[in-house]
Design a protein around this ligand. Sequence first.
Ligand SMILES: [Zn+2]
Length: 436
Amino acid sequence: MIVDTLIHARWIIPVEPESVTYENHSLVIDKGRIIDLLPTDTAKHKYQGTTTENLSSHALLPGFINCHTHAAMTLMRGIADDLPLMDWLQNHIWPLEQKWMSEAFVRDGTDLAIAEMILGGTTCFNDMYFFPDVTAQQAIQHGIRACVGLIVIDFPTVWAENSAAYIAKGLDIHDQFRHQPLITTSFAPHAPYTVSDDPLQKIRTLADELEIPINMHVHETLHEVEQAQANTGQRPLQRLNSLGLLNPSFIAVHMTQLTVEEISLFAESGAHIVHCPESNLKLASGFCPIAQCLNVGINVALGTDGAASNNDLDMMGEMRSAALLAKAVAQDASSVPAMTALRMATINGAKALGLDHEIGSLTIGKSADVIAIDLDHLETQPVFSPVSQIVYAASRQQVTDVWVAGKQLLKQRQLTTVDISALKAKIVDWQGKLSK
Ligand SMILES: [Zn+2]
């Protein structure tokens, strides 16, 4: 049988079923989907690929799902470091955004983020930023999958003047992109301290109608929780619960401040957590107790946050940080083993976005969002366990090939949909503007 792409690999880590690694197996892709996964000996008889890849020292796995980004902020990488969250936001990031935010800023910043993400094996990102229509267009142009957040915030920006306008623009974007196979949307009210009750109630009703997730920064810092308690007498999570937001389509990003009661309330609600360990470390925001959360059955996905507070969009680095930090926080070296960290970066992200029927594992019938990591580097030898090497020792430079919906976006480390010299010229231009 003739198929579009046949990939023979040394190892295949499908992620589902969990803890399975196939050796000398092949992945068969046709019309953008995985149609078979079988021993290479058999595959060579059964299939003929229009394109055939022999990846004899590589592990194939599902592409990483970066569940929390502000892609365009990549243009602000390194512009204000070593500051606490509110100082960083109020005195640096927000003034810069006020001055420079535009369609062009979002287009060029998103292009940089997409190039970096593809090079690091990310095949899907869940974004929250202004001009989400531009983010969606750039994702389509470069062939990467994205869930774009329909941002809502109480104060006026160049994107919208008030919460009703943010919501209306968001609904238009949802309509505009609803037939695009690589694009989904979520409502993205920025945070409990920047969005009031009325718009949150409206968003809840609309999200139910449209069956899309709600994605929000929640309990990022102790300061946020204390301020809310002083102003309203309630912790933010309590307030969100009373507004009916905590349900299986709610995605809470950060969650560094959690009581035992809040963890069980959250588990019962079926809502998801996105853990961003490096951003939380860099801004000294606190630690999300992910081992405790996973133990009670909460789905925990992984995100880098924006490159202005990380400072990279490296999901392999993020997996390692998540696995290491979880052990320190739980004071238990068996917390978040390598396979759990890999699941957080793949299938758990797909579940949070409601896309686990389509992506997150190398399963027959799912979209062919696939990456290859070459383990034939001295730094990842010997290979007793490919998953251990990938989580604890490999670097993103070892990602050699990336496919999204069967289309190859990275081929032997070369980006196929990005003009690197044109992109670099635009970045130099922005650096000049932003440093004024
Ligand atoms: Zn964020």
